[in-house]
Design a protein around this ligand. Sequence first.
Ligand SMILES: Nc1ncnc2c1ncn2[C@@H]1O[C@H](COP(=O)(O)OP(=O)(O)OP(=O)(O)O)[C@@H](O)[C@H]1O
Ligand SMILES: [Mg+2]
Length: 379
Amino acid sequence: VPFGDGASEGIDGKDSAQDAHELDLLARAIPGLLYRASLTGQTKTEFFGGNVLAMTGFATDELLSGGPLPIEHLMTPSDRDRRRAEILEAATCHQPFTIEYAIRHRSGALRRFVEYGILLSRPGAATPRIGGLILDVSDRRTLEHRLRESEDVRRDLSSQLLTSLETERRRVAAELHDGLGQMLTSIKMRVEATLPFIKGGQTTNAEEMLGKIVPMIQGTMDEVRSISMALRPSILDDLGIIATIGWFCRNFASTCPGIRVEQDVRIKERDVPQDLKIVIYRVLQEAMNNVAKHAHAQFVRVRLARLGADIELVVEDNGRGFDATRAAAQDKGEPGVGIANMRQRLDTVRGKLSIRSTARVGTIVRATFPCDSEPLNRW
Ligand SMILES: Nc1ncnc2c1ncn2[C@@H]1O[C@H](COP(=O)(O)OP(=O)(O)OP(=O)(O)O)[C@@H](O)[C@H]1O
Ligand SMILES: [Mg+2]
């Protein structure tokens, strides 16, 4: 089959059969479909190479019955009309054309093709012919789509991250203002009230009044300590995650005496990657806060264990349960950010969160951390 107009002799003077053979080999090497067709349908479409079946699911003969322009009948009518119009326009203007469209593979799958073509016949020829290369770009389009999606997710995550940082800051600011601020104000007022007694030499009164201030200062110190521990527990850096879980559970038990806390740690400190420790702690903190705030539980079990290549943190309570699929704050009438934050934190280390909750039975919060995960971001 000669390729191109009036090719009767090969490039090095060999016969046209050899020429066609070489072109066929060349076409086979291209991961696409090379064709030549007449715009009027007066001569038969030719496909070169052996990719027709792979790309469309149809044999060459089957495809040829589909109309003047190859593979037309595998397209939607609107794609077909658009393609025809573009080819005609390109042929009239003697311009190469590039068109993208969807075709229905014999298997039923939709594939995306890109076609690069050109008018082959001389201008004004009675039966104008075009030739083209059709490539299957479905995989590339899917990848591009996924890339765009993951870019969107990343953008969402970082904006949520900023929002939750702001929320956290607001919380800390409120705690500093309402807690520490108030305490320091009343200490200042009491000290001021003592001054006249000291000036007037009434030391006994002054001593009594100052004595009452000491526990207030102690309370303020405790408050500073608890705010700073809530922000970043120094014990985590000093003694590690296992000690921190112990400390947290003891603290929890003394703040919520109605809830029995059981700890089940089955992992060695050195088996927990350094970067995971703060994430594990934050998830524990939120899950336990939720137990204290919402669960009405009598019992909570904290479990940290190695599970194959993963580390698993489980916080299980026997409280009233909730609809974990809705996970919006039912008490306040506004959505909470705690669970969403846990998910985000886990995302940063490619971990997973699963929440199983049954009404009146309790809630199981399970966070899985892959040990070999490279952190995307450290919080
Ligand atoms: N252990 C639990 N038992 C019962 N209900 C729970 C439990 N954990 C969460 N919930 C429910 O899920 C809702 C969402 O929790 P989430 O932590 O996202 O928000 P929140 O605790 O209400 O607010 P925030 O965490 O922002 O302070 C809670 O309001 C509560 O109704
Ligand atoms: Mg919460």
